[in-house]
Ligand binder design. Structure first.
Ligand SMILES: [Zn+2]
Length: 235
């Protein structure tokens, strides 16, 4: 798949990354997540994606900018809990209210409830969400968490033969690894997607990848970003 990028050239993170002719070049493996968040704000602006509340303004509301910005967050369209990756295609600026309300709902579920909110008001949506979540039986919940189709089909690819893993980027294991372990125990799949560059360098999802190797399972998803190239050192 192609990573959504601004359609002009620019430098990021003090030259550690740059966008050139529609490609993102990573010269160093810095915090990939934070590059994605920065790009999401650049591309999708600073209005809430769901309720359309404006957070960016250069007029009267400017004096309240600080207050407004503090309430803008980044939402994962496909929730992190289901493995939604931190890539621009899956990120939208969202006010903290909408983000909290959406929680781990899938985009179409939240949209349905948003429409209700417009018709029936805020209290109604909160009740509706509570009811919706309570209505999921254990087996439905399991199916929901096991839903492979939460990902658009054209996002996914096969596991690359020679995935290059730069172990200097992250501390593997720890809390994130244990969360993956627990999720796997319950749902028999790994709720982290392995994201890698066009030249096969792992950018995100190291713990999921290590866990899949350890379990010997293929119940994990891979995404190749065809317009992202890592051209730094591999350690
Ligand atoms: Zn909102």
């Amino acid at each position: 798949m192609f990573l959504e990028l601004p359609n002009y050239n620019m430098s990021l993170k003090n030259g550690a990354a740059e966008i050139n002719e529609g490609n993102l070049y990573l010269h160093r493996l810095l915090d990939f997540d934070s590059i994605m968040v920065e790009l999401a704000y650049i591309m999708y602006g600073k209005d809430c994606y769901y309720c359309k509340r404006k957070f960016s303004t250069d007029s009267e509301e400017l004096k309240d900018t600080k207050k407004y910005f503090s309430k803008l967050t980044i939402d994962h369209l496909i929730p992190k809990e289901f493995g939604g990756p931190t890539i621009t295609n899956n990120l939208r600026p969202t006010c903290v209210d909408c983000n909290n309300t959406k929680g781990n709902l899938l985009p179409y579920e939240f949209q349905y409830l948003q429409d209700k909110k417009r018709e029936e008001g805020v209290k109604e949506i909160k009740r509706e969400i509570k009811q919706y979540k309570e209505s999921l039986s254990d087996s439905q919940e399991r199916r929901r968490f096991g839903e492979l189709e939460v990902f658009p089909e054209d996002w996914l690819t096969e596991c690359p033969n020679n995935l290059l893993v730069n172990l200097s980027i992250l501390n593997p294991l720890g809390l994130s690894y244990r969360k993956i372990q627990n999720f796997y125990k319950k749902y028999r799949r790994i709720n982290k997607v392995v994201v890698f560059s066009k030249n096969g360098v792992l950018l995100d999802g190291l713990n999921g990848y290590l866990f899949a190797k350890y379990e010997g399972t293929d119940r994990i998803h891979f995404i190749m970003l065809e317009n992202v190239i890592y051209d730094g050192l591999i350690i």
